[in-house]
Design a protein around this ligand. Structure first.
Ligand code: SAM
Length: 249
């Protein structure tokens, strides 16, 4: 369970909110059971449950654990807002695989309605999906989910990364594999480094967007000769990068 830092007091941990329901109703936990709790930053512990009621579960620390599940390379998935529940799929699967951050954004061919009023609620829901997926996959950290960015903001974020790649199905020069190997050789992706992987919407990026991204320092990359669905592209790019940097086992 990912808890807030204030839920840790020395060797005592208090589990609250939705986690109590999950622990007592879904997992049917009892006093004496052991679970793993993390503050999502620098402390992860094995705890034994000491008391359970409807609003809180208390537990005492049995063992301090090492946080070894996080990939060395931080991968930021920049996903142009897709239709339906595909963003949820990207966040859930991307978290399991090992993404560090999700940046949904709007681009010229984004077709979904963007409603600023519903924005906070949606980001909250996406963050919850990231937390649950991080718990399920035994991550040490919950990936951050940003609120929807404009195209300009996205390009600015790309500059914060050590390398920024934009996936373009019409790219016939640079392959993702070459970009990864060059970044690893330059020390931008591997034991350290942050890589942004930008994926377009169902209708793809416009030529102008690719040009603008390149001017902002992005490298246009191909993921192969087949056209992948938007939600598949991000997962393939992420998996290839983590595989090449030795993070996939
Ligand atoms: N029409 C399909 C859909 O509804 O999802 C495919 C859309 S594809 C144009 C969506 C995005 O996936 C593209 O903008 C690009 O970022 C990425 N993509 C898909 N296949 C790719 C490939 N072979 N190489 C690079 N990027 C690819």
């Amino acid at each position: 369970y990912f808890l807030r830092p204030e839920q840790f007091k020395g060797n005592t941990v208090t589990i609250e909110g939705d986690d109590v329901h999950h622990l007592t109703r879904v997992m049917r936990a009892e006093v004496g059971d052991e679970v793993i709790c993390s503050n999502g930053v620098d402390r992860e512990v094995l705890v034994r449950l000491t008391a359970l009621d409807k609003t809180a579960v208390t537990a005492s620390v049995v063992q301090e654990l090492e946080m070894t599940a996080e990939p060395a390379v931080k991968v930021w998935i920049a996903q142009s807002l897709p239709k339906g529940d595909k963003m949820e799929i990207v966040i859930q699967k991307g978290t399991e695989i090992g993404a560090a951050r999700f940046l949904p954004f709007l681009s010229e061919r984004t077709v979904v309605q963007y409603d600023a009023k519903k924005e906070a609620k949606r980001t909250e829901r996406w963050s919850k999906i990231a937390k649950e997926a991080a718990e399920q996959s035994h991550r040490n950290r919950v990936p951050g989910v940003e609120s929807v960015l404009t195209w300009k903001q996205l390009l600015a974020q790309g500059k914060q990364a050590d390398a920024a790649w934009i996936c373009y199905e019409k790219e016939d020069g640079q392959q993702l594999r070459t970009a990864i190997r060059e970044a690893v050789a330059a020390g931008k992706a591997g034991t350290a480094g942050t890589v942004m992987l930008a994926v377009g919407p169902e209708g793809g990026f416009t030529e102008q967007e690719i040009r603008q991204a390149e001017e902002a320092g992005f490298i246009s990359v191909s993921l192969g000769r087949r056209i992948l669905r938007t939600e598949t592209a991000a997962m393939v790019g992420l998996t290839c990068l983590l595989y090449e940097t030795g993070e996939m086992g």
